[in-house]
Design a binder for this molecule. Structure first.
Ligand code: 5GP
Ligand code: ZN
Length: 115
């Protein structure tokens, strides 16, 4: 996807603070962190959101979930971390390229929001 922000970041066309890269995935720090450690893990393949994911992405999604704790630990989150995936406008997704947020390092409340 030529004009997708996260595709451009994964291609190195837009600078980012890289956390990790391999042939299938890219991880980078969020520009507007909500916790002392806040980075995102994305597939290099453009998948807009979980709503667009299907069975052909099963291996990709599984690998992402297994990569997340490895990267979190490498970033110092040895006691745990929170992952979240915003999906579509109804889920507050702003960048339409599937990404897992990984946050931690500060006080992470039991739930995102109460009330
Ligand atoms: P979403 O709301 O789509 O789940 O999350 C998008 C995230 O991307 C936001 O947390 C936002 O701060 C981050 N973001 C938006 N633009 C950029 C950018 O150009 N570079 C980086 N590193 N993060 C970005
Ligand atoms: Zn993309």
């Amino acid at each position: 996807m030529g004009d997708c922000l996260f595709c451009k970041i994964a291609r190195g066309e837009i600078p980012s603070k890289k956390v990790y890269e391999d042939s299938e995935f890219f991880a980078f720090h969020d520009i507007n962190p909500v916790a002392p450690v806040h980075f995102m893990l994305i597939p290099k393949l453009h998948v807009a959101s979980l709503l667009e994911a299907d069975a052909s992405h099963a291996a990709l999604l599984g690998k992402m979930l297994l990569l997340a704790p490895k990267l979190a630990k490498e970033q110092g989150l040895v006691n745990g971390f929170r992952t979240f995936i915003n999906t579509g406008r109804g889920g507050g997704q702003e960048v339409m390229h599937l990404h897992i947020h990984i946050i931690g390092g500060g006080h992470i409340p039991p739930m995102v929001r109460r009330g």
